[in-house]
Design a protein around this ligand. Structure first.
Ligand SMILES: C[S@@+](CC[C@H](N)C(=O)[O-])C[C@H]1O[C@@H](n2cnc3c(N)ncnc32)[C@H](O)[C@@H]1O
Length: 209
């Protein structure tokens, strides 16, 4: 079992600023998707190869995974993919990252760490402050996707996002996935495990209004 990283430790306070989009993507004008807690990035590597009409950024708190993923990117095929190391909660404190958030079309939180104990809830990646920040910075009609197999975490994430009046929940069954960042419904590594073990998946989509 992997050791969880404490996102509140001082080590994660400073994070690498993300370079301007025209320095990292061949076509910076494409719609941009941000995957938070992307782990080794397998999901994003697959997405970026299948969907050349999207740009993808993954943010991950485990530095080694990001270093390895960015080494893999040196391969020219991946001209629409970038990984950034850091605590996603702090990544937007750097004003240099502000233009990035304005360019985001969608964000996903796939199977975030649950931090079950109440005293550890503040380590969860979805926090009221973070959601408020996103609600003040994201463009209208941009989307947030949340997905987990932990019911209690799902309820917590739903409550935190729905308390922000700028986000409206969309009906999953009417959502046009074919127009989204993941038209082929590619699964993350955790999602594959959860499906294999026949566990329930809870998911919601929110739109900035
Ligand atoms: C349970 S794993 C899920 C990985 C992947 N999204 C999936 O579905 O397979 C959660 C990931 O989020 C990362 N993580 C946790 N807190 C984070 C934070 N504050 N900022 C960035 N990444 C974080 C963890 O290191 C871990 O890789």
């Amino acid at each position: 079992m992997r050791q969880h990283v404490n996102p509140l430790s001082k080590h994660f306070f400073e994070i690498d600023p993300i370079p301007p989009l025209n320095k990292v993507f061949e076509n910076p004008k494409l719609p941009l998707h941000l995957d938070i807690g992307c782990a080794s990035g397998d999901f994003l590597f697959e997405l970026s190869l299948k969907n050349k009409n999207w740009n993808y950024i993954g943010i991950e708190i485990r530095e080694k995974l990001v270093l390895n993923a960015n080494l893999k990117i040196k391969n020219k095929e991946f001209n629409n993919l970038y990984f950034s190391f850091g605590n996603a909660n702090n990544i937007f404190d750097d004003p240099k990252n502000k233009p990035l958030i304005n360019s985001i079309t969608s964000i996903s939180f796939n199977f975030p760490d649950p931090w079950f104990k109440k005293k550890h809830h503040k380590r969860r990646v979805i926090q009221p402050k973070f959601i408020n920040f996103l609600s003040n910075s994201m463009q209208k009609r941009s989307l947030i996707f949340i997905k987990t197999d932990v019911k209690e975490l799902f309820e917590y994430m739903e409550l935190t996002i729905s308390e922000c009046i700028n986000f409206q929940k969309l009906a999953n069954q009417d959502f046009r996935f074919n127009e989204s960042f993941n038209p082929n419904k590619i699964q993350t590594n955790r999602e594959k495990y959860v499906i294999f073990n026949q566990l329930k998946i809870y998911e919601s989509i929110y739109m900035k209004i």
